[in-house]
Design a protein around this ligand. Structure first.
Ligand code: KIV
Ligand code: ZN
Length: 514
């Protein structure tokens, strides 16, 4: 007999995550994320707060209509207007037995007295009548004591007992302002569960933690240890203020440390975590911190020589978590800290020919170049091997004759390009003027580089500020960095892409790609 217990994953990326400044999404974007979350295997999608705006109601309704699989949940305060909005927005999901209403009311003293200005009994009465009204839409009712983390435990017990008696099926205990440490959460949650577990009723207890002290994901895991069987999380930990518990951290905790969570499983398809994280970043334009666990760009990158050597000998030294299990791959970027073994290994892997007898000189040049940059790309590696101090200017652009613009809703860039001793007038088209400039340069060079990263940094102030545009570009398995300086961003970006194209040609001329 399978004795394992399922942990319900309640994703609130589209509600608590989306409500944070900088993460607003339109209905189409929300729908894309909802499909991806369903694909990832989350059990509940909190799709929004339908009573907060017409736009959010529409988004929740659309998701409830189209996204099949997980339960679709709408958030509501314990007030009639919100509950009606949530009940009607999730109606298409309720019709197939998958609609949930999440009602909440604050229970801590500071919220009761200073925000809601209600007595303890009035709060309980509002919770009960909110749950009763929600039940006219669905039997699947989640109830949250907002600011549980700072609520008197005995009062929480009273409120939760009343909520269960009124018909709540999931009881959520939020540390709304991220006040508690993990061991406190563990004790508090255990206490409430013991004192309120409804006789003969199957109540799911849930945790919802915020990251104000940086503990949200660990609080969540400790609450699982204390008996909750639902975790409320967001992708990349986005959410109000410092954010929510991160889906990737909580799932990795459960997955990587089964000794800590014996008998617990989730239906998350872990290999889809990094792809969904990237989808969210692509849509919002906000990337997780480089060092974010699991989904940060550096989470599985090893840069120091000692670490690279260890991982090359046995992954378990520093890469004990398999990146592939989360849809990523381990990487060994070359930096000033990389050692000779990793440099040789990279040269072999990238088919960059070198004389093994000359490795001492190559390493000396490599260290010189590497000291000034965060990462060494393939153009600089080839320079270190060959002892070149500069990259040939295969392609040139006449900056004065550069003319970007938009005509009939179509972005264009006209320029004079020089190539192998000849000059020509070229016009490119694209989604924007930078894209059009890239098209024109591609027409002249015959190359087409994939842009992996683009950064624009202003070096002076004012409207006429000079900017440094940096492009990381890939082609044929090689990566280069191109830089352009100009007080016009579009022209600077074109210069950076042109620089990358020159560097790529240099790399391709001196390597033997397969
Ligand atoms: O943090 C919180 O308390 C919430 C509730 C609405 C559950 O987001
Ligand atoms: Zn929250």
């Amino acid at each position: 007999m399978d004795e394992k217990e399922k942990l319900i994953v309640f994703d609130t990326t589209l509600r608590d995550g989306e409500q944070a400044p900088g993460f607003w999404m339109n209905t189409d974007s929300k729908l894309k994320i909802a499909y991806a979350l369903a694909d990832l295997g989350v059990d509940v999608i909190e799709a929004g707060f339908p009573g907060s705006s017409k736009g959010d109601w529409n988004a929740v309704y659309k998701i409830a209509e189209e996204v099949k699989g997980p339960e679709i949940c709408g958030l509501a305060r314990c007030i009639e207007k919100d509950i009606v909005a949530a009940g009607t927005a999730i109606e298409p999901a309720t019709a197939r037995g998958k609609g949930r209403i999440h009602v909440f009311i604050a229970t801590s003293q500071v919220h009761r007295e200073n925000k809601l200005r209600k007595s303890k009994q009035e709060i309980i009465d509002m919770a009960v009548s909110g749950i009763e009204l929600a039940k006219s839409y669905t039997d699947n009712i989640e109830f949250s004591c907002e600011d549980f983390g700072r609520t008197e435990l005995e009062y929480t017990v009273e409120v939760v007992n009343a909520a269960i008696a009124a018909g709540a099926t999931t009881i959520n205990l939020p540390d709304t302002v991220g006040y508690r440490f993990p061991t406190e959460i563990e004790k508090m949650v255990k206490y409430v569960i013991e004192k309120t577990r409804g006789v003969g009723k199957k109540i799911i207890y849930s945790i919802h933690a915020h990251d104000d002290l940086g503990n949200a994901s660990v609080d969540t895991l400790y609450a699982v240890g204390a008996g909750v069987r639902q975790v409320e999380v967001t992708m990349n930990g986005i959410g109000e203020r410092a954010g929510n518990s991160a889906l990737e951290c909580v799932i990795a905790g459960i997955t990587e440390r089964p000794d800590f969570f014996p008998g617990i499983y989730t239906d998350i398809i872990t290999e889809k975590i990094i792809p969904v994280s990237r989808l969210l970043s692509g849509i919002t334009g906000k990337h997780p911190q480089l060092n974010n666990p699991i989904t940060g760009r550096n989470a599985f990158r090893h840069s120091s020589g000692i670490h690279q050597d260890g991982v090359n000998k046995d992954k378990n030294t520093y890469e004990w978590i398999s990146p592939e299990r989360y849809g990523g791959c381990g990487e060994m970027p070359l930096t000033a800290r990389s050692g000779q073994n990793q440099v040789k290994r990279t040269l072999d892997e990238k088919k960059i020919p070198y004389d093994p007898e000359d490795i001492g000189n190559i390493m000396a040049r490599f260290k010189d170049y590497a000291d000034g940059v965060d990462e060494v790309y393939d153009d600089v590696l080839v320079m270190a091997v060959r002892g070149d101090n500069a990259i040939p200017e295969y392609y040139r652009m006449d900056s004065d004759a550069f003319e970007p613009g938009i005509r009939n809703n179509q972005a264009y860039a006209r320029m004079t390009m020089g190539r192998d001793g000849t000059e020509e007038q070229i016009c490119g088209y694209g989604n924007g003027m930078i894209d059009a400039a890239k098209d024109a340069i591609n027409k002249s060079t015959g190359l087409s580089l994939d842009i992996m990263g683009y950064k624009s940094v202003s070096t002076t102030t004012g409207a006429n500020a000079e900017g440094i545009e940096t492009v990381i570009a890939k082609n044929n398995g090689y990566t280069v960095r191109g830089v352009g300086v100009d007080c016009d961003t579009v022209r600077g970006a074109a210069k950076a892409y042109l620089d990358a194209s020159n560097r790529m040609r240099y790399v391709l001329e001196h390597t033997s790609p397969s």
